[in-house]
Design a binder for this molecule. Structure first.
Ligand SMILES: Cc1cc2nc3c(=O)[nH]c(=O)nc-3n(C[C@H](O)[C@H](O)[C@H](O)COP(=O)(O)O)c2cc1C
Length: 199
């Protein structure tokens, strides 16, 4: 059974919610999911001023545990069109694993959230994917088997490059049923792909 790490950073809970849907998908695909978050890095003053949530239920990840997993689904909200510093800092601390090629050949996938529909969905996904490719991972995307990413009848997250949601400027929009289904689809695909690569 492939072990899949769902690793996220979230300031307002959207990606924490997407992580739970991903975990259900991993289970449906025959994998064993673990959800972890990365440490907060901004000052307490910024956390308070921006009303960041710092008490999500999931445990904080350690770099040391990364070698325990066969697949990685990494989620970061966009920050000015790119990966959050908190997530970048975590991977910046994993240089030793990069140097030894310890994660080469494992499976990687991405998920994100933006405030606006065009505020950095694809650029942030590619930021995450770029990071994972440098660690030698085989990338899995959200193919059009998740039909819910098509159509303009409603606000829709989801892209061929990963699962996404759209939070709105004040964070009031929560992941839609369709976006959670996209996360589930991606989790299942990562588990199935990891199992095949392990075989
Ligand atoms: C410093 C900062 C920069 C941000 N930059 C963008 C941006 O470039 N485009 C955008 O659509 N949203 C931007 N946002 C909004 C976040 O992406 C949004 O709050 C997040 O997707 C919500 O996910 P979360 O609840 O998991 O944190 C920014 C938020 C912060 C705090």
């Amino acid at each position: 059974m492939p072990k899949i790490l769902i690793l996220y950073y979230s300031s307002y809970g959207h990606l924490a919610e997407m992580a739970e849907a991903l975990a259900k998908g991993v289970r449906a695909g025959g994998g064993e999911p673990t959800i972890r978050r990365v440490p907060e890095t901004v000052s307490d003053a910024v956390v308070a001023a921006a009303h960041f949530k710092v008490n999500e239920a999931h445990d904080i990840a350690s770099v040391a545990e990364l070698t325990d997993y066969d697949g990685f689904i990494v989620g970061s909200p966009t920050r000015f069109g790119r990966i959050a510093g908190q997530m970048a800092a975590f991977w910046d601390g994993a240089g030793k694993l990069w140097l030894s090629g310890a994660l080469t050949g494992r499976v990687g996938a991405a998920f994100t959230s933006t405030a606006t529909q065009h505020g950095g969905q694809e650029t942030t996904l590619f930021n995450i994917i770029t990071n994972l490719l440098h660690f030698g991972m085989t990338i899995v995307g959200l193919d059009y088997g998740h039909a819910g990413q098509s159509g303009v009848d409603e606000v829709r997250g989801g892209a061929p490059y990963g699962a996404t949601t759209i939070a709105d400027g004040d964070g009031s929009r929560r992941p839609s049923a369709d976006e959670l289904a996209g996360a589930h689809y991606l989790g299942e695909k990562v588990a199935r792909t990891s199992a095949k690569l392990l075989a």
